[in-house]
Structure formats: structure tokens, C-alpha cells
Write a protein that binds this ligand. Structure first.
Ligand code: ZN
Ligand code: ZN
Length: 382
């Protein structure tokens, strides 16, 4: 399948500036964001496509490559690191969006992207991210909840406070790079003299080396530890949503900054409801006589029960909508609905008295279908 032109995807001119590109992307990303279009694979594709276009066009180097070579840009294929020109999966696209725009609406503070706010982080020896799953019941999702999660992670070593150097000693400046963490290598080639700046091989970019390592952590500066954290979950989340707890991942080596903890929401199945976006679906079996006569029945809601009026002559499969009895919308006000689908109950056990009752119905023509009913049902099937 051929890919669309990135400018066309974002609807911007070839001469568009970075701000216009950012604006155009933000608009599309919000429109097609999976949280706003649950279960809509078409929207998901659009979201990914827009994110890919944005990732290329916002980057001067990639954009120049694309302008020259289009999608066949050399060296930008798989394995180029980062996003390249490759299509990426939904979680990567979501991360890219979060990184530059955070969440949207009331999401911002909780679903904050790791790189936001212009905070510059030391990246040498940054610890790894941790991912955990957080299973939630529909009730917890409906109200929002603060949950405790237990994690095992690397934390700074107590003995050396994370430096990796034995108590009373300090890491010393690296002799190879003079503390810069980088070294220049000059080489000659047919293109002339090339200067290559690379990470210092002695200190691996840290700028310091440890002469006398801490005994407890063997100079790594960290130790395994178990901890419990509280995670605040807003109402209305769904499967695949995630919450980033900044700096709560693994501590880096020798005082390197910690990675993030990423908490993935998992929805537990519910005995009464299945979820359709922010609507809840409940199947309510009713008797044949109730279906014909109509009346009121009790149906479960997320926090109790409600009375539902069933119109006379309701057919099996009829769906009644109870407004506002669904789940709250994640970004903003309002709630989904509770959809109650009626199913006519066929008795499973019959005694002779019950059989007699039914035999009597069989002898009454009002209970029997005729030619006209056949036609009616055929039309109802479309
Ligand atoms: Zn130590
Ligand atoms: Zn060095």
C-alpha cells in the first residue's frame, strides 16, 4: 500500500513552518485520538498516520530527506533508530503525542508526557522505565480510584547514596576525557579529514570514574528494592490507557536519573455488563408474558439497581436505553448510557401443570403465528 504524502496527511503547504505543522497535527491527533474514538480502527489508523507525518516533518533533517526522496528516503528505513519513516504502532504514536502535547482536557496532570515542561534531564545512565499492569473493576473505572501498586525496582544504594564510590571516597574526574564524557576521534578517508565525537570509552560518558567501589553495590550505585506506590486513576479510563509516573522507574547506574513507571490500565470482566465505549450493555432476560404485556423490571446499574419500563409487545433483542447510566467520559463532562437488551426467556424445566398451560396456548390462535407474521418478521430482518 502506498503511503500518502506527509504534507497532504497534515493538510499543510510544503512551505509550512514548524508551528503550523504542530498546530495541524495537534488538531488531527485530538480529533482521531483513540480515547475519543474507542474501538474505531479507522480513527486509529488516521491517528497513527498523522503522528508519523508529524514526526518526520517536525524534524528538519527527516523533513529534508522526505522533501528530496519522498517515502523512499535512503537510510530512513527500518533500524534507523527512533521513528524513521517507518509506520509505528499505536503505543508509540500515543507516546509521541503525549511527549509533545501531554494529554488533553483534564488529563494533563496525570497522563503527563515524560519530556514535557522543558525540564532538561541528564540522560547518561538514565535508569530504565518500568511497566506494570493495573487491573480495575468497572466500578473502580466508573468512580475513579487511587490504587496501590507494588513494584520491584532499582533504587540508590544506601551505603554510597548512589554514587558507587566507597564511603568516604568520591568518584574522580576521568583522565581520558577530562570529565567531558566525550572524546574526538580524527580519521582520514577519501572524503578528507573526519572528526568524530563519541562517548568516552573509559567512563562511558559519565565524566568520572570510581577508583574505590562501594562494597555493598559493587560500584553500581544501586540496589534492588520493593516499594508500594499510590496511583491515581481518573474516572472513565479504558483498556490500554496508561499513566506515567515520572522518575518512579529504575534508578540509573551511579547516580543516573530514574526512568519512569508506566501503569497500563486493564479492565476486569464484569458479570452484569459489557462495555461499548462509555456505554454499558446489559442483557436482561424477561418472560414471554412480560414481553407481551409490558411492565417494569429491575435492572442492575453500576452502583445499584434501577427500574426499567418495558413496553408491551417487546421482541427479543429489543434494546432500551437508560440515559446517563453508563460510564463517565474521560475528558470532560457527561456519561455514557446503559443499554438494556431484552432476551425472551425460554423455560428450561417444565412440570405437567406448566406443560398444560402451554398446550392451552397452542390451541388459542392468538398465540400462533400466521402468514402475515412471517412477512412481517422477514421485513424486520431488513
Ligand atoms: Zn553502594
Ligand atoms: Zn571519560
Amino acid at each position: 500500500m502506498s503511503k500518502r504524502d506527509y504534507y497532504e496527511v497534515l493538510g499543510v503547504a510544503k512551505t509550512a513552518g514548524t508551528e503550523d505543522i504542530k498546530k495541524a497535527y495537534r488538531k488531527l491527533a485530538i480529533e482521531f485520538h483513540p480515547d475519543k474514538n474507542p474501538g474505531d480502527s479507522n480513527a486509529e489508523e488516521k491517528f497513527k498516520e498523522a503522528t508519523e507525518a508529524y514526526e518526520v516533518l517536525k524534524d528538519d533533517q527527516k523533513r529534508a530527506q522526505f522533501d528530496r526522496f519522498g517515502h523512499q528516503a535512503p537510510g530512513m528505513g527500518q533500524g534507523a533508530g527512533g521513528f524513521g519513516f517507518e509506520t509505528f504502532d499505536l503505543s508509540e504514536a500515543l507516546r509521541a503525542f503525549m511527549r509533545d502535547f501531554g494529554g488533553f482536557g483534564g488529563f494533563d496532570d496525570i497522563f503527563s508526557g515524560g519530556m514535557r515542561g522543558g525540564r532538561r534531564r541528564r540522560t547518561v545512565n538514565r535508569g530504565g522505565n518500568l511497566e506494570v499492569k493495573l487491573p480495575l473493576t468497572l466500578e473502580e473505572i466508573a468512580d475513579g480510584v487511587t490504587k496501590k501498586v507494588r513494584i520491584r525496582r532499582w533504587e540508590p544504594c544506601d551505603s554510597c547514596s548512589g554514587s558507587g564510590a566507597r564511603e568516604g571516597s568520591d568518584p574522580v574526574t576521568c583522565q581520558t576525557c577530562g570529565g567531558a564524557g566525550q572524546v574526538q576521534q580524527v580519521s582520514r578517508s577519501i572524503f578528507g579529514q573526519m572528526v568524530n565525537v563519541t562517548t568516552c570509552p573509559t567512563c562511558r560518558g559519565e565524566g568520572t570514574v570510581i577508583a574505590d567501589p562501594c562494597k555493598t553495590c559493587s560500584g553500581t550505585g544501586r540496589a534492588r528494592s520493593q516499594t508500594t506506590l499510590a496511583v491515581k486513576v481518573p474516572p472513565g479510563v479504558s483498556n490500554g490507557n496508561y499513566i506515567t509516573l515520572q522518575d518512579e522507574g529504575n534508578t540509573g547506574l551511579r547516580g543516573g536519573p530514574a526512568g519512569d513507571l508506566i501503569v497500563f490500565i486493564e479492565e476486569k470482566p464484569h458479570s452484569n455488563f459489557s462495555r461499548e465505549g462509555d456505554d454499558l450493555l446489559h442483557i436482561r432476560p424477561i418472560s414471554f408474558s412480560r414481553a407481551v404485556l409490558g411492565g417494569t423490571v429491575d435492572v442492575p446499574t453500576i452502583h445499584g439497581t434501577a427500574r426499567l419500563k418495558i413496553p408491551a409487545k417487546s421482541k427479543s433483542g429489543k434494546t432500551l436505553r437508560m440515559r446517563g447510566e453508563g460510564l463517565p467520559h474521560l475528558n470532560g463532562f457527561g456519561r455514557g448510557d446503559l443499554l438494556v437488551e431484552l432476551a425472551i426467556y425460554i423455560p428450561e424445566k417444565l412440570g405437567s401443570a406448566e406443560k398444560r398451560l402451554l398446550e392451552e396456548m397452542e390451541e388459542n390462535e392468538h398465540f400462533l403465528p400466521n402468514d402475515r407474521s412471517a412477512e412481517k418478521y422477514r421485513k424486520q430482518r431488513r
